[in-house]
Design a protein around this ligand. Sequence first.
Ligand code: MN
Length: 287
Amino acid sequence: MTKKFVDIMRTDHSHWVGDGFRVRSLFSYNGDTSVISPFLLLDYGDPTFFPPNEGAPRGVGQHPHRGFETVTIVYDGEVSHRDSHGGGGTIGKGDVQWMTAGSGVIHEEFHSKAYSEKGGPFRMVQLWVNLPAKDKMAPPRYQAILNQEIPVVDIEGGKARLIAGETSGTKGPASTFTPINIWDVTLDRTGDVTLDLPDGHTSLVVVMSGRIYVGDRWVNAGEIARYSVEGEGASFTAGEDVRLLVLTGEPIDEPVVGHGPFVMNTREEIMQAFQDFQSGQFGQMPV
Ligand code: MN
């Protein structure tokens, strides 16, 4: 039995994160988290063109996180990151930054200086991945996953860059706490396609460009086709020039209590996160 198409997740509402990232939150932990678990939030960046900027690079300044991971995928432009645990670096087209906030980090996210001065097309996606209760206070970690480290495998209808997870015996480089697939899929033909998605995983197919036809509906760029957890494989009909971000993961069956930059299991743990942050326990940004 293949997975059933369940619904389309979308929003017209876009907002700025700092002054560097114009995004639409296609899902978030403020909604029904059971249907997106183990994921918490997806900020989908619409393609944006930034002119050359001689001032300070755009972006978002120091802010904390606790209890989950942020995964930033760059399609165009460059993002620079620094955090209070010594993690940092610049990622560009095709690269991914995987930050485990765990017990707590303070970080900042900006356009790189080089990109900022030159300007040009900019496009990124940021995904928040939940941690199981037992790992929410894990030590912070920073994985820079560069384009050339990401294996490309042939799949039905095209190619998949495996950022995390596996298919056809090939594994992606990201180290994850729970079973997750993150694939950057480019299709090279139109017509019927079945993606080899595992039974028992929440299965979200984010359309990055082009469109797919599923369940008598077109799913356009900036929209997500959500499939059932049960079943193996997700089918659709591809239009032209389709690029997808495929997200699957084993649901984490635990309560989710989120407030701003913290996502924990109880209200008390959120209060504790604010207290620990305010008393300096998330460390200091390097000078
Ligand atoms: Mn952040």
